[in-house]
Design a protein around this ligand. Structure first.
Ligand code: IMP
Length: 208
């Protein structure tokens, strides 16, 4: 029998990407070893290094602030920061979203703001996946209100097919088709963030 996914009520209350996203009704555990690998640890390391080098060239002689979007971007950010050779600090934001079925501009809400001011600074928002674009377009608008000297976006994965609002990242490790993936910080129901490579979840979760 195939995996049974419990349908999650997404439209009524905010779904935190920061704390428990889909509890209390956890879907059945699927062992990550049974999932197909989309990108190996070596492939990820190679691309993150390349993006780090590109950022180091683009910002030569400047200091930058990396702003990671919790929780999914934490692992990408920690690897990226270590591959960047210019002076950098990092901060984190967390957002809640109402799920991807909602297209309204109020679909995303900030639940943890940056700790330090970014006015006049060169900022890069670091995200795990650019999917519909709702999260990053909301965050970009919010960060621009702080008047940074410049603002760019780095994402580990980009799913261009899923875009609902026009937004592109400046630095992308991999473009992928419309498949649900886990690992390298990315979760399904908070699981699998610690899986070292990026794997395809066997069925697309409901609402995706
Ligand atoms: P967006 O606002 O639709 O662009 O949402 C992006 C967020 O959705 C990502 O930061 C992830 O938290 C989540 N997401 C989108 N696709 C996937 C996926 O394939 N696996 C895990 N999380 C995903």
């Amino acid at each position: 029998m195939g995996h049974v996914f419990l349908r999650i009520q997404r439209a009524k209350s905010p779904v935190s990407r920061y704390s428990t996203r889909m509890s209390p009704s956890l879907p059945p555990y699927v062992a990550p070893e049974t999932m197909d690998v989309l990108f190996s640890t070596a492939q990820i390391a190679e691309r993150v290094k390349a993006i780090g080098q590109q950022i180091s060239e683009d910002y030569k002689g400047h200091s930058i602030v990396l702003i990671g979007v919790l929780k999914g971007a934490a692992i990408f950010l920690s690897d990226l920061a270590r591959s960047i050779e210019v002076d950098n600090t990092f901060d984190f934001v967390a957002v809640s979203s109402y799920g991807r079925a909602r297209v309204s501009s109020g679909a995303v809400k900030l639940i943890k703001d940056i700790d330090n001011p970014i006015e006049g600074k060169h900022v890069i928002i670091v995200e795990d996946i650019l999917d519909t674009g709702l999260t990053l377009s909301y965050l970009r608008g919010l960060m621009l209100q702080h008047k940074p000297a410049s603002l760019k976006i780095a994402t580990c994965l980009d799913k261009p097919e899923r875009r609902l609002v026009p937004i592109e990242a400046d630095y992308v490790c991999f473009q992928i088709p419309n498949r649900f993936v886990i690992g390298y910080g990315m979760d399904y129901a908070e699981r699998y963030r610690g899986v070292a490579d990026i794997r395809i979840f066997p069925e697309t979760p409901p609402g995706h």
